[in-house]
Design a protein around this ligand. Sequence first.
Ligand code: PLP
Length: 382
Amino acid sequence: MERIYADNAATTRISDEVLAAMTPFLKENFANPSSYHSAGREVRAAIEIARKKIASVISCEADEIYFTSGGSESDSWAIMGAARLSGAKKHIITSKTEHHAVLNTLKSLEKDGFEITYLDVDRMGFVSPEALEKAIRRDTALITVMFANNETGAVQPTDEIGRIAKKHGVIFHTDAVQAFGHLPVNVKGSNIDMLSFSGHKFNAPKGAGGLYVKRGIVLPNLIYGGNQENGRRGGTENAAAIVGMGTAAEIAAKEMETESVRLKKLREKLLCGLSAGIDGCVRNTPDKNSLPGIANVSIPFAEGEALVLMLDIKGITASSGSACMSGSKKPSHVLTAMGLDEKTAHGAVRFSFDRYTTEKDIDTILNVFPDIAKKLRDLSRL
Ligand SMILES: *Cc1c(COP(=O)(O)O)cnc(C)c1O
């Protein structure tokens, strides 16, 4: 049985081109990039080329990109760093639908005396810029609102948030892990001060990501060590993964326009087909202002976990929310914040796509899922 992988919001496979670009740095080009010999300088040069490629995707300078181990580290670094820079300011604004890398970092700051405002979202998961502006106080140190949501694909009004943050002189960080390489991002145009990204969400390997930090913000270290990353994040670089991430970023930028049109068409085909084929199917992904590759639906009265298991048996890999929440009995904090009742939030399934997803995959899901959904819904209604 040929399996269909529809869990790309959890992680993606490495593109063939990316693996090819990485291989020399796992074999012959293994030297330490901080070494002065020519072998080391060659690896250093490749890392700096990757940095330029990544910077160009979000329209910043190469020296504003700091490589990290991934999205969680970048989120932690940005938030903990901003908190340490904040002096007497002890207030942070975020949304209720953030990734746990953000929410749990903020929770740790609450224990240190910070006060956090968690903004509500509307029925489709969007924060209100007006509510955000009203929440700003004289002691607000940071606004951290994600670019795009990993469960539903909702894209926040980042331009407006950036404008408001700038107007009030508050640092603005955004978790753009789902958006980077999938949506146009311009950090200068959107007044973003810090932005997190992660390679394995755009067909690069796991364990490599980064943080954009606007020039002028001197973020305190999260990791101490050598002089790597401008002395701000010590540790010998994962050169192969960084080079792979550079290649993946370049491909993503080149394919972004055509891929987003293609994936959005596939997503709408799936969502329309599911609404037509399953009575009471609820759409959790906004049709506008959303990631092209995420389709989240709820089957009220069915269990998301059971739906995912049945899909798995039929050869389809999907998810019942975010990977980090799987195994938990609580319904998704994102769907709950959107106002879904418990029976609907529990019945959520997320299908997420990438450059390797085909129309045939969508057709197979459409053939298989409605029967599973009806069976499980009717079972639990009994
Ligand atoms: C996956 C993800 C993260 C975590 O990234 P890692 O590289 O796995 O640490 C953070 N935020 C969002 C929105 C994500 O989707």
